[in-house]
Design a protein around this ligand. Structure first.
Ligand SMILES: *Cc1c(COP(=O)(O)O)cnc(C)c1O
Length: 392
């Protein structure tokens, strides 16, 4: 079966009633026939039938051994980091998601877990920075917001040779565009709040692991820390995933049209989109991705924060908001929004310039989206009417 068919038909019909939509099992506990004799469910923190459908669904799509659903992407990340112990080290991609930077640096470092940020798009750097204590290599590919690509297959070989776990945050691509586990990753993470649920109406996190030992540990962490996804949120996420292939197809096509148009605009300096032949890592993206996704970032020739703010205030269809991956187009200014808590030198090193604008391209008509960006970019040539204040 092709992925779009597999996706729809791996969501089971309810065996008990024949309900074609997955029932929401809104219950905390399950009646037992005799102590320990039950129908596979005891208490919803440990296991819930609605959540289980989602966990099996993502596991199948990622071709892993077992899946786990959490209350948010950050809760999923937290559960994976709890595989570590004091003294262990993580090597992480340099321009990682802001929340990951925070949890590594400000939380897990307090427990004696050290983090080394490395430009993982450069294999030599990965090899050079491995230490005897490195337990996890943490990748995002493409990264946020500059869409750098790391070669997952090559890094997985290095990880295996050194007995290091390879974790890939696959939020940007989803399993329809990229499957890290068949490429050699041990663990895949998702913020399902983005493309998987897809309608900006739910927070959810997912983890898929590739073997039983990891599954047992993750199951334990999920149950004992307890940051599980509720039955209703699990149902919303399943319903979102049902239309994932349609949404992504449109988002990829729209993003390519927008990126191509931006690259020609006289006020635009760099366009970051892995689908453009001019992208630094296009050759790797072409090898490991089935599509290039719906995220596009760009910078301005006049690299000023105030210019970026003018543009993000002027778009009408692209709504100014954090997060991404929904059906509605959105945009953000990382420096003053998602990346404002990241130290300036670190942010600059990761290539996030003052004028960087990140687009999450939705499923609207591409021409309307381009016209919206056009009228916003035109504002740069008009005199400033009112003073713009920027919160620091
Ligand atoms: C949003 C995001 C997260 C965190 O997920 P939440 O659902 O917001 O907790 C983690 N990784 C990436 C790449 C993200 O974009």
């Amino acid at each position: 079966m092709k992925p779009s068919t597999q996706l729809i038909h791996s969501i089971p019909v309810d065996e008990l009633t024949g309900a074609i939509s997955v029932p929401i099992y809104q219950t905390s506990t399950f009646v037992q026939e005799s102590p320990g004799i039950n129908k596979g469910f005891e208490f919803s923190r440990a296991n819930n039938p609605t959540r289980k459908v989602l966990e099996d669904l993502i596991c199948g799509l990622e071709e892993g051994y077992a899946g786990f659903a959490f209350a948010s992407g950050m809760a999923a990340i937290d559960a994976v980091l709890k595989l570590l112990k004091t003294g262990d080290e993580i090597m992480a991609v340099e321009d990682t998601y802001g929340g990951i930077f925070q949890i590594f640096h400000h939380m897990f470092e307090r427990f004696g877990v050290k983090v080394n940020f490395v430009d993982t798009s450069n294999i030599d750097k990965v090899l050079e920075k491995i230490t005897p204590k490195t337990r996890i290599i943490w990748l995002e590919s493409p990264t946020n917001p500059t869409l750098k690509i790391s070669d997952i297959k090559s890094i997985s070989k290095i990880a295996r040779q050194h007995n290091i776990l390879l974790v890939v945050d696959n939020t940007f691509s989803t399993p329809l565009l990229q499957k890290p586990i068949p490429m050699g990753a041990d663990i895949v993470i998702h913020s399902a709040s983005k493309y998987l649920a897809g309608h900006t109406d739910v927070l959810a996190g997912l983890v898929v692991v590739n073997n039983k030992a990891l599954a047992d540990q993750l199951k334990y962490n999920q149950n004992i820390s307890g940051s599980i996804l509720s039955p209703f949120e699990a149902w919303l996420t399943i319903r979102g995933i049902e239309t994932l292939s349609l949404r992504l197809e449109k988002q990829c096509a729209n993003a390519m049209a927008v990126a191509t148009w931006l690259a020609e605009h006289p006020a635009v300096d760099k366009v970051f989109y892995p689908g453009l032949a001019t992208h630094k890592h296009h050759h790797i993206a072409r090898k490991q991705q089935k599509g290039y996704g719906g995220m596009v970032s760009f910078t301005l020739k006049d690299d000023l924060l105030k210019n970026a703010i003018r543009i993000v205030n002027a778009t009408k269809l692209f709504r100014l908001a954090e997060s991404f991956g929904g059906v509605k187009s959105m945009l953000s200014h990382p420096v003053t929004m998602t990346h404002r808590n990241i130290p300036e030198d670190f942010r600059r090193k990761a290539g996030v310039q003052d004028s960087c604008i990140r687009l999450s391209v939705g499923i609207e008509d591409a021409e309307d989206l381009i016209n919206d960006l056009k009228q916003a970019l035109d504002k740069l040539n008009q005199p400033i009417g009112k003073q713009i204040t920027v919160l620091q």
